[in-house]
Design a protein around this ligand. Structure first.
Ligand SMILES: Nc1nc2c(ncn2[C@@H]2O[C@H](COP(=O)(O)OP(=O)(O)O)[C@@H](O)[C@H]2O)c(=O)[nH]1
Ligand SMILES: [Mg+2]
Length: 244
């Protein structure tokens, strides 16, 4: 997928304040400083779309971006910043859990993992919660340029092995570097495949609506139009009302 447009939609403090939408949505989350903002900038090819933060853990907002006018990229606040207060962390948990488990158009969450580190408890706990909730996610190992390919591969393997102690299978993973500008195209292609499916479904649905409109009963000019003509997509509601 090629990014033709990327626009900031807004920042929202709570799930129920997020814009209502049927567009496919993809969320990005990870520990503070894992490289989330940097990755979002790399993905969208915009230098300052997501602020590369100097004060990790400070932003506690859900940030929405509209990509190619057709899908939402959602930048979730980072977790596990040591200096954030207990109450801060608790409200982070509630807000994020609500968004992740209740957002119906959320297609997949990208969970970012620092490729330099051995498996971190906070990441594993978060992933276990995602698993318990049955929420779809993939892993992104960031900052791959900080070590040799061999060490990165070893760390990825260790992470997967650790997960396999409690998981039957693990979703796929991506490896990214902002300095080498690698890994982002694979992520975009992954998103593209899901979005295209949805686009096809949308086109099909539109064709169906057009077909139904074409087959609607002919109404001679001057006569009262039945309520359900020319009200695209409202047929079910109208029928329901008649049955009552
Ligand atoms: N070398 C290298 N540094 C990175 C990479 N990704 C992020 N960083 C750096 O890591 C720091 C934290 O990145 P940021 O995107 O602000 O992390 P966030 O808190 O998860 O949004 C910044 O200094 C980035 O420049 C990467 O792939 N390679
Ligand atoms: Mg950030």
């Amino acid at each position: 997928m090629i990014i033709k447009s990327a626009n900031f939609v807004g920042s929202f403090p709570r799930m129920d304040m997020c814009p209502e939408s049927e567009l496919p949505e993809f969320a990005f989350i990870g520990r503070s400083n894992v490289g989330k903002s940097t990755l979002i900038n790399l993905l969208t090819n915009r230098n300052k779309l997501a602020k590369v933060s100097q004060t990790p853990g400070k932003t506690q907002l859900i940030n929405f971006f509209l990509i190619n006018e057709f899908w939402h990229l959602v930048d979730l606040p980072g977790y596990g910043y040591a200096k954030s207060s207990k109450s801060n962390r608790a409200s982070w948990g509630t807000m994020i859990r609500k968004y992740l488990s209740a957002r119906e158009n959320l297609k997949c969450t990208f969970v970012l993992i620092d490729s330099r580190l051995p498996p971190q408890r906070i990441d594993l706990e978060f992933l276990n919660w995602m698993g318990q909730e049955g929420l779809p996610f993939v892993l992104v190992f960031t900052k791959a340029d900080k070590n040799s390919t061999k060490i990165v591969q070893q760390n990825v393997a260790t992470f997967r092995e650790t997960m396999l102690k409690t998981w039957e299978e693990i979703p796929q993973n991506f490896i990214t570097s902002s300095t080498q500008r690698t890994g982002h195209q694979e992520i975009l292609n992954f998103i593209g495949e899901i979005v295209i499916t949805t686009a096809e479904e949308l086109a099909l649905w539109k064709a169906q609506v057009a077909e139904e409109a074409k087959n609607a009963p002919y109404v001679p000019e001057g006569e009262d139009e039945p309520d359900d003509v020319e009200v695209e997509g409202d047929y079910d509601e109208e029928e329901d009302e008649e049955e009552q």
